[in-house]
Ligand binder design. Structure first.
Ligand SMILES: Cc1cc2nc3c(=O)[nH]c(=O)nc-3n(C[C@H](O)[C@H](O)[C@H](O)COP(=O)(O)OP(=O)(O)OC[C@H]3O[C@@H](n4cnc5c(N)ncnc54)[C@H](O)[C@@H]3O)c2cc1C
Length: 406
């Protein structure tokens, strides 16, 4: 196989995995990021390998809750009023996908990726000597308010796509997690779900292995890529192939390379960390009422979640932080003072499917972004898929291609 000179732009979990696999298959890879590798959204999530993660947000009952999302402060989804006009084109497109057909299509296509997520992760962690950073204790969805429990439709879609899920009564939940609020009414258990104990260490180990295999990293924001004589040029470097993995910030380069923007929105999410509190929890718990997770990491309980449509500025909305703090204490009353807060940007397309595949306009340009709530789960699978595409071992799947928005 000819050794190719490849640039990967963006060093989150998607870009790092892509760069690692491409370099491992004997290409010559240069990874670019404006910041240190793995220092963006890919470090602060709920740390769940969510191989049960369907349906996505585009469900047919979203309409019913729209007013609540727009105007209620106590809602897991919030839209900043002054940002509403900017998010409107995406919102309209998203709402058009909130019907049974689209919901089922997104679920099926996502399930196809989720099937491969765990074995791919386990192999990757093996290769980078990080198997001790992933554990299998399942994930619990619990609710306190009966009205908020998962709908029949959600349960049916998971069943249809072979996701293992077990209903647990309140007492069965409290046997598993004795510190949880005794007012919990019930829950669903996903026994095959895993979680990672330290995303920073995993990201850093992927990067170290990439460098050990002679991968190159350049810390630089890429604002322009030129295309001359069938090759790409970034500053003074020439590349045979380019992969864009810039998460929620991918649109600038898409517009420059395709001549058109796509409807990529960012679902902002937050986390708080309760240091040295991990003894109060054995596995990630999602409080469905609040749209948030508590996850036991190796040195803390991390409370992560909520969805905020407010653009990609770094401004923290403390009412969201307070909302997560209240939800954490509602689940485990021992959680007193959080020590750290963090804001991240989930990259989301209106059909809630990622973009993974080749550009329609350039044979040697690839995109890998838009993994919304599942990017930590799907990063390694995506890296593998892009590597197989570039190495011509597999062909594109239409469902994930950028063409659907161009
Ligand atoms: C609160 C919260 C909880 C979550 N929980 C989970 C979970 O439990 N499980 C799960 O699977 N997913 C979860 N997610 C989603 C997951 O975190 C994201 O989908 C994933 O991190 C996206 O990864 P990425 O590599 O695409 O993007 P990023 O991690 O954002 O990486 C993109 C990189 O590109 C760089 N970049 C951007 N533009 C340029 C440029 N022009 N030049 C150079 N570099 C550039 C950025 O600096 C960044 O480092 C959660 C997200 C949030 C916010």
């Amino acid at each position: 196989m000819t050794k190719k000179n490849i640039a990967v732009i963006g060093a989150g979990i998607v870009g790092l995995s892509t760069a690692y696999y491409l370099q491992s298959s004997l290409n010559k890879v240069t990874l670019y990021d404006q910041y240190d590798p793995g220092s963006g959204t890919s470090r602060g999530h709920a740390s769940v390998i969510a191989n049960y993660g369907i349906p996505a947000l585009n469900q047919n009952d979203v309409w019913k809750n729209l007013i609540k999302y727009l105007f209620y402060k106590n809602s897991p989804l919030s839209i900043k009023f002054s940002y509403l006009h900017k998010s409107l084109p995406w919102l309209i497109h998203f709402l058009r996908n909130c019907n049974s057909i689209s919901m089922n299509f997104t679920a099926e296509q996502t399930a196809n990726l989720l099937k491969k997520a765990l074995p791919t992760y386990q192999n990757l962690l093996n290769e980078i000597q990080a198997n001790d950073l992933i554990v299998n204790r399942g994930v619990l969805y619990v609710w306190i308010n009966e009205k908020e429990k998962p709908t029949k439709n959600q349960i049916k879609i998971r069943e249809k796509n072979n996701i293992e899920q077990i209903y647990l009564s309140k007492s069965e939940i409290l046997d598993l997690e004795p510190y949880l609020n005794p007012n919990i009414k019930g829950g669903w258990y996903f026994p095959k779900a895993h979680h990672t104990l330290n995303p920073d260490k995993i990201l850093s180990k992927i990067f170290i292995k990439f460098k050990e295999k002679n991968g190159q990293f350049i810390k630089e924001k890429i604002s322009h890529i030129s295309f001359i004589n069938q090759k790409f040029h970034i500053n003074s470097q020439t590349y045979d192939e380019v992969v864009i993995c810039c998460g929620a910030f991918s649109n600038t380069l898409v517009k420059q390379l395709e001549g058109k923007s796509i409807p990529l929105e960012t679902e902002r999410g937050y986390h708080l960390e309760f240091q040295d509190m991990q003894r109060f929890l054995s596995r990630p718990i999602c409080l469905v009422d609040s749209g948030m997770y508590l996850t036991p990491l190796d040195n803390c309980i991390r409370a992560a979640g909520t969805v905020e449509l407010a653009g990609n500025s770094n401004e923290i909305n403390y009412s969201r932080i307070n909302y997560i703090d209240r939800g954490s204490k509602r689940l485990i009353s021992e959680l007193k003072n959080y020590q750290k807060t963090w804001l991240g940007f989930r990259p989301t397309l209106p059909d809630c499917l990622p973009i993974i595949g080749k550009s329609p306009n350039h044979n040697n340009l690839y995109y890998a972004f838009g993994h919304n709530h599942l990017g930590w789960t799907l990063g390694p699978v995506t890296g593998k898929m892009i590597t197989k595409l570039i190495n011509k071992e597999e062909s594109d799947n239409q469902a994930y291609k950028i063409d659907r928005f161009l």
